[in-house]
Design a protein around this ligand. Sequence first.
Ligand code: GTP
Ligand code: MG
Length: 365
Amino acid sequence: VTVRELAELLRVPPNVVMAELLKRGVLATINQTVPSEVALQVAEALGFLAEIKKEEEETLEEEIPDHWEKLPRPPIVVVMGHVDHGKTTLLDTIRKTNVAEREKGGITQHIGASVVQLPDGRKITFLDTPGHEAFTSLRARGAQITDIAVLVVAADDGVMPQTVEAINHARAFNVPIIVAVNKIDKPGADPQRVRRELSELGLIPEEWGGDTIFVDVSAKTGQNVETLLEYILLLAEILELKARVEGPAKGTVIESKLDKQRGPVATLIVQEGTLKVGDPVVAGTTYGKIRAMFDDKGRKLNSAGPSTPVEVLGFEELPMAGDTFIVVEDEKKARQIAEIRKQKKEQQEKLSRGLMLEDVFKKIE
Ligand code: GTP
Ligand code: MG
């Protein structure tokens, strides 16, 4: 192989290969052919390096001491259901906002995260999801990171395709479901029909001897919405949700977008530890340092504990929604881990394209 080919195979810049060759007394230009034995040595040397770093990544989680106490944390609740059944309106009523009116065509297109604090101080973190059929992956992601799912079903419409899909996602991630039978203020509302239809799907109401909580609500008038919140908090209490507050933060990227002025902007949900401005962080194959952090109301934050959704600036590239993030000691380590993951990912992609590194080296031999 030539120096260039070898560099490409190993996913390193050609000068790195050249440097390794020099160490072995071989002076080669980029287009020169390298003896196979030397090529192998170089590969091994670089591979060895990767191995050490890989171990470093694996110990990442173990490095977090486990002497920190776990404390109660707010529940993370996803609101799911068929398009237009009233998810965003319900959240607006709970938050006393009016997001639904401002949405394009009245359709939610992303996961909105918000924190609601009750008068007695208890908090709930809500994730809104789109009901439109095009957003299957968003619904799945919502279910993945939550403790409780509120399934919104319009009483004048009944169970619809994305209602079923939402149930499947919640079940796939073992998330308990509370049913909010919505729009009971409407003339054609038939909450009993919703109960019958959902029973057929295995969600049997408590009043019928099952174990699913059903609350009839009107997101529009606010009727019974407080009862719904009480049930959510009751279930949360039963689940005994706890998290470590001290130590490096861990969590999930729920959204990311490129902002012309601010660069990559990511919405994260902290699940363990406390995220602070200045923290070096890795998410998937990207990394960064938290430059600024904002809460769901756009207020600047210096730190964020478990169950808090935050918008952060400071990633080098856009992290992918669904990626987990973790705070590490320093930016150098963050970069290294991100690079290794990137290399691994590229290698996997390469493998899946049928080009096996080993095969190539066999040929060299
Ligand atoms: P997607 O995000 O697109 O899936 O929709 P959604 O489930 O968030 O529904 P949204 O809150 O946008 O509400 C859809 C329509 O139903 C709006 O016109 C709301 O005003 C109306 N609506 C929601 N809840 C109620 C309710 O309790 N009663 C009545 N009468 N209308 C409601
Ligand atoms: Mg909506």
